[in-house]
Design a protein around this ligand. Structure first.
Ligand code: HEC
Length: 109
């Protein structure tokens, strides 16, 4: 009997540990971090707010976020592709999450 309980306790412990290990690391994008990233890497072409008037630059993130269908999901997927005329860039996946959260947050409600 005592052995039975000990085995069960042991098993519950192992199970709990295993669950902790496989628990998916859910990373919700952090807009504040996204803002720092775009300031560093993207400001050559994109202002953050307002409407861009210089034809040599890209639209502002506020303009982008206000386009049809530009939700966080769309923007996150867009960041996995190369984007012309920007030269190839590499952001970590968690940075892309942050950037997408930041841009999506600029959508006018
Ligand atoms: C060399 C200039 C340049 C740089 C640098 C640049 N972009 Fe862009 N980007 C553009 C242009 C031009 C467009 C406009 C195309 C358009 O109107 O959809 C654009 C469009 C976008 C869009 C909108 C896509 C859509 O489908 O609506 C997003 C999002 C975006 N850029 C994000 C970024 C991010 C994030 C960075 C930095 C990692 C970045 N861009 C750096 C020029 C640039």
């Amino acid at each position: 009997m005592a052995t039975d309980v000990r085995i069960r306790t042991w098993f519950a412990g192992v199970l709990a540990l295993a669950l902790l290990c496989v628990a998916p690391v859910v990373h919700a994008g952090d807009p504040a971090s996204g803002q720092r990233i775009v300031e560093k890497w993207c400001s050559q072409c994109h202002a953050q707010t307002g409407a861009e008037t210089n034809a040599d630059r890209g639209p502002t993130y506020e303009q982008i976020a206000s386009r049809e269908g530009r939700d966080e999901r769309y923007i996150r997927a867009f960041l996995d592709r190369d984007h012309f005329p920007m030269t190839t860039y590499r952001l970590f996946d968690h940075e892309k999450d942050d950037v997408a959260a930041f841009i999506a947050s600029l959508r006018r409600r």
